[in-house]
Design a protein. Structure first.
Length: 295
């Protein structure tokens, strides 16, 4: 039934089988390579589609005390929106925003529908200016470039050499004793407002804090620190916080009590406007109950 193969026939048959196997392997490799190319092509296309996608920049926890000008400044510094979604998009935005003194502890991440920016926003408490320029200071004495902020009662710090500031100082701390003393008092009044007068803050009636006689550098007999209301009423605070005993003045808590009792009783500290006097002297020692338990 079967024809017996000769040695030559066996060799020819084995050669044919070997040739068929090689061809099969070649075809298999070619097909595998072709399939691999298809998947690779799809992967590249997928990446291309991702890089062509654009998303907006979203600022989370943007403070309610800030105006739209600050938001626009941050967004324009971050980069043109919408942003082309690439692998390093978040990193580039983070690097751009890092140049802004207004933000601290910046975090940038890519979400499904936006590039999300979260940060701690520095809140100004004082303003220093001269005829050429003006800058804010936050509670940590960090210098912030000027942006209009209509919602905050920011008090001008006068009697300090504002000309020493420049754009090179933005983002750095301004290390001056008189400025630090002014910012400490403004921060204290801000805290009192939040607890005693949140709906009508006393700071909203204060125009400036005068540090020109800080530590009695002009006259030991005159108050070292004086607030001025918007109607020019003098509010004589006296020595910097914590040094009242050295100058035989009222305690800091007594000064605060008298100031806020006057504000609550009269509804204002603008005494010239109310026609009830021209100044408020907080320096004289007295015994009064605090409007709150602590400050």
């Amino acid at each position: 039934m079967f024809k017996k193969l000769t040695k030559t026939g066996k060799k020819q048959r084995f050669a044919a089988i070997r040739t068929t196997a090689v061809v099969f392997v070649f075809i298999a490799v070619f097909v595998a390579a072709g399939v691999g190319f298809v998947f690779l092509n799809r992967y590249v296309k997928s990446n291309l589609n991702l890089s062509e996608k654009t998303v907006p920049i979203q600022l989370v926890d943007f403070p309610d005390w800030a105006d739209s000008e600050l938001k626009e400044k941050i967004e324009s510094t971050a980069g043109k929106s919408p942003v082309r979604l690439t692998d390093d998009a978040a990193m580039k935005i983070g690097e751009n925003i890092a140049t802004l003194a207004w933000l601290d502890n910046v975090r940038v991440r890519v979400g499904n529908q936006a590039i999300i920016v979260s940060a701690r926003y520095r809140k100004p408490v004082g303003l220093v200016k001269d005829h050429r320029q003006q800058f804010y200071l936050d509670s940590e004495l960090v210098v912030l470039d000027y942006v209009p902020l209509s919602k905050l009662p920011i008090v001008e710090i006068t009697g300090v050499p504002g000309y020493l500031l420049s754009w090179r100082n933005v983002g750095a701390k301004w290390q001056r004793d008189d400025v630090a003393a002014a910012v400490e008092l403004l921060t204290l009044l801000e805290k009192m407002d939040s607890q005693v007068a949140p709906d009508k803050p006393l700071l909203a009636e204060i125009k400036s804090i005068d540090m020109s006689n800080f530590n009695g550098r002009r006259s030991n007999s005159q108050p070292h620190i004086v607030f001025y209301a918007k109607d020019s009423t003098e509010i004589k605070w006296g020595a910097e916080k914590g040094t009242w005993a050295r100058h035989l003045e009222a305690k800091d808590e007594e000064k605060l009590t008298l100031l806020y009792n006057t504000y609550q009783e009269l509804g204002t500290v603008q005494l010239r406007k109310a026609q009830k006097g021209s100044f408020i002297d907080l320096t004289r020692p007295q015994t009064l109950s605090l409007p709150i338990d602590r400050y």
